[in-house]
Design a protein around this ligand. Structure first.
Ligand code: SF4
Length: 325
């Protein structure tokens, strides 16, 4: 007879307020021994988020946070092999079934991309080099490859070791339409289920849970960020982007360097930009992050520069959730 496996409550920590509140609830209900905490490192996080999720929370909650990171070594090997064939002079088209495809590459451009297309070890950047562009709202492959897949692998490993896994997700229904109809509980298989304990919570409940437990929220919430995720997230708002540019210009410079590198390894004639057309509300064509940042500093539909934002001290407290009062 099969022995009854023990259940583990696996909390996906992002360093944001919702996943922290979820972790607090898991510890309160089940105790540390029955919980696991996992952080998916996208390689595009703010240093404050790493410090919060990997130093502050483990100390304050007396927990261990496991870190998972996507690795694209195999995918790079496949793409490099394809480029090597084209750079060596393989015919400029290939036939699959009845269809004939023309390569966008020439032997020269393929050879140049081959020189640059090596894994850097940063999951976000490596993924974008492989995909030949940055994710967008319509093609949001970052979530799947950088968060969902590595965390699922982590959970499957626990299942293989004989545990029943209950995946705790800190999502709230009023965050988006996509989340509005999610169920509280989903059974995926005999060994795995999803639990969304704060689905009907409001933002105020989340911060109240921090206060009651004596846990500080991620400091980025007092620095103009509405959400804590990538720095920046491809879906960040215009005002968040203006705050990021003013407070953390080094992250804008990093993304600008990523844009240049990804443009050089992607298909010829397709320069790529981190932000896609219209995502932040700008109406122009897709443009470099520096252009979008300049636009983010404007008001009145881009017709006027906001002097106030430049006069504010970068260290001044600014919170969409009233945390600065
Ligand atoms: S936080 Fe934004 S950019 Fe980062 S993985 Fe999620 S959707 Fe993509």
């Amino acid at each position: 007879m099969r022995e009854r496996a023990s259940k583990l409550h696996v909390v996906s920590l992002s360093g944001g307020k919702d996943s922290t509140a979820t972790a607090l609830m898991a510890i309160e209900l089940h105790g540390r021994e029955a919980c696991r905490f996992v952080f998916a490192d996208t390689g595009n996080e703010h240093e404050a988020t790493y410090a919060y999720a990997l130093d502050y929370l483990p100390q304050a909650l007396d927990i261990t946070v496991d870190v998972v990171k996507a690795d694209f070594t195999e995918e790079f090997a496949t793409k490099r092999a394809n480029l090597a064939r084209i750079s060596a002079g393989e015919p400029e088209s290939a036939v699959y079934g009845k269809r004939k495809f023309m390569y966008a590459w020439t032997p020269e451009t393929a050879a140049l991309a081959l020189e640059l297309l090596v894994p850097i070890g940063n999951p976000f950047l490596d993924l974008c080099m492989l995909k030949g562009g940055f994710p967008s709202r319509k093609r949001q492959f970052c979530t799947q490859y950088l968060k969902r897949n590595p965390i699922t692998e982590y959970q499957m490993d626990l299942v293989d070791r004989g545990y029943l896994v209950e995946s705790w997700q800190g999502v709230r229904a009023n965050e988006s339409d996509a989340r509005r109809w999610l169920p509280h509980y989903e059974i995926l298989s005999a060994d795995m289920a999803i639990y969304r304990p704060i689905l009907r919570w409001e933002v105020a409940d989340v911060f109240e849970a921090h206060r009651v437990a004596g846990i500080l929220p991620n400091p980025l919430y007092k620095q103009g960020m509405n959400r804590v995720g990538c720095m920046p997230c491809i879906n960040c708002s215009k005002s968040e982007l203006a705050q990021i540019a003013r407070r953390f210009p080094q992250h804008i410079e990093r993304i600008a360097a990523w844009e240049r590198l990804v443009s050089r390894v992607c298909r010829p004639r397709s320069p790529v930009s981190f932000f896609h057309k219209g995502t932040q509300g700008h109406s122009g064509q897709a443009s470099t992050i520096e252009h979008i940042v300049q636009w983010a500093k404007t008001s009145r539909g881009g017709r006027q520069f906001s002097l106030l934002s430049d006069l504010e001290e970068p260290s001044a407290c600014s919170s969409a959730y009233g945390l600065c009062e």
